[in-house]
Design a protein. Structure first.
Ligand code: DMJ
Length: 457
């Protein structure tokens, strides 16, 4: 996400704007809606704390805990780490204290287990860093550094592209074919760690990995979506803005936004121009982004992952406001047809091609980014609609659950609550509706996992 310079420029601060600006007037309705979100966060936290405190994720239908990173456990308290700054922003201070105490007393990464770098970085390193920034509890920073240090062996490759998995105890690495999101989503967390510790290594490794991908772009300035970390050879021809490439583009912008590093901005601009030229397509007046051959630009398919809806906010942050608005409108069109968004949509056929709903945050992420940039109330209204639909369809005994099929009525639940739910959409709704004074609405940064690395007050 970005430094919200746009419509807030010149204002004394978000509080002043919220009180004075007509488009942003924090009517009692919005505040009440914010309180509703906070109430749901407290409800879900109570379920998690009662049933499986310390587990990576709760299974909200059965009330059991489950591990996320390792097939047969152990858990590393992922839900707690992901929730920290959301709890802080909401003023759920008792719950925050409970979470920080669990981390200080129980969390250790001295485990003989292989961990996936990308997920580990955006969720755990990022969550601990934003938790530290919120609470100033030094143990959180120490754990973030300890964990990042355990990931460093994976970056020792001839290309600078990291392996996908590393053993936390031995440093042994595996899985040498990786993806843009997995090699290019480090700069926010590693750069913040460099700033907080004074050790440049993290920043340099993260930047080198992103550069290694960018330098291998095709003549038409696109990257494919799989690459060998030893040879730097592409292992696919498919260019996409969705997974497994999505947050590579996001972190190019973020390297500029968060650290003012002009290389990242240049890389972002070059890729964005190419994507708009070769992948953008209008169907029935709606803007979508197709998959193409990364060297020729030839059409491959018209699948659109829900995860790609984050790209509306990113386009707007990078200055392509009209395209950002148009792309989010395309997703709003899908949301108008189903109770909640399906995981995938074929925009050629105009039908879902993946019918689950994995409690994804990307649509609301874009609502927040657009709103922070232009203050248009329509983004808050759309986010409220998204929230109400989630509450209506996913709320269950011990929290919120994913959905197995959005095309069926009634929609069957899956016994799963992804840990990003605690870090992402609940925070985005809260920031959109509450006008909290714990957040700097003028100057802030949220990572791809929603971790606030700038702007906590
Ligand atoms: C989150 O873990 C992050 O947003 C990531 O970049 C991709 N998407 C998931 C949630 O859908």
């Amino acid at each position: 996400m970005t430094d919200r310079r746009g419509f807030l420029k010149g204002a004394a601060g978000a509080g002043a704007v919220l009180a004075a600006g007509p488009a942003l007037a924090a009517s009692p309705d919005w505040k009440a809606r914010g309180q509703d979100v906070k109430g749901e966060m407290a409800f879900a936290w109570a379920g998690y704390a009662e049933r499986c405190f310390g587990a990576d994720q709760i299974k909200p239908v059965s009330g059991q805990g489950e591990s996320f990173f390792f097939e047969k456990g152990p858990s590393v308290g992922l839900t707690i780490v992901e929730a920290l700054d959301t709890l802080y922003l909401m003023g759920l201070d008792r719950e925050l204290d409970q979470g920080v105490r669990w981390i200080c007393d129980h969390l250790s990464f001295d485990l003989d287990r292989d961990i996936q770098l990308f997920e580990c970085n955006i969720r755990l390193v990022g969550g601990l860093l934003s938790g530290f920034l919120a609470t100033k509890e030094k143990r959180l920073l120490a754990l973030a550094k300890d964990l990042a240090d355990r990931l460093l062996p994976a970056f020792k490759t001839p290309t600078g592209l990291p392996y996908r998995f590393v053993n936390l105890k031995t440093g042994a690495c595996r899985d040498g074919v990786t993806y843009p999101a997995e090699f290019g989503t480090f700069i926010a967390e590693f750069g913040t760690l460099s700033q907080l510790t004074g050790d440049r290594r993290y920043y340099d490794l993260a930047k080198a990995a992103a550069k290694a991908g960018f330098d291998r772009r095709s003549k038409i300035d696109l990257v494919a979506d799989a690459i060998d970390v030893q040879t730097g050879e592409w292992k696919s021809r498919r260019a996409t803005i969705g997974p497994p490439s999505d947050s590579y583009f996001e972190y190019l912008w973020d390297g500029w936004d968060l650290f003012g590093d002009a290389d990242f901005k240049r890389w972002y601009d070059i890729h964005t121009a190419a994507i708009l030229k070769h992948q953008a397509e209008r169907v029935d007046g709606r803007l979508w982004f197709r998959q193409v051959d990364f060297e020729t630009g030839a059409l491959l398919d018209r699948h659109q992952s829900e995860l790609a809806s984050f790209y509306a906010g990113l386009l707007a942050q990078g200055g392509a406001m009209a395209e950002g608005r148009a792309y989010l409108a395309s997703w709003t069109g899908v949301l108008d047809r189903y109770p909640v968004l399906p995981e995938g949509f074929d925009f050629g056929k105009g039908q879902p091609d993946r019918v689950t709903n994995d409690l994804r945050p990307e649509y609301v992420d874009s609502c927040l980014n657009l709103w922070l940039l232009d203050g248009d109330d329509q983004w808050r209204r759309q986010a409220w609609k998204h929230y109400e639909a989630m509450k209506r369809t996913s709320r269950t005994k011990w929290g919120y659950a994913a959905i197995a099929d959005v095309t069926r009525s009634p929609m069957p639940l899956s016994d799963n609550c992804p840990a990003y739910w605690w870090s992402e959409q609940m925070k985005y709704y809260w920031l959109l509706f509450s006008g909290t004074d714990r957040f700097d609405y003028r100057r802030n940064y949220l990572s791809t996992e929603g971790n606030v690395l700038r702007g906590l007050k």
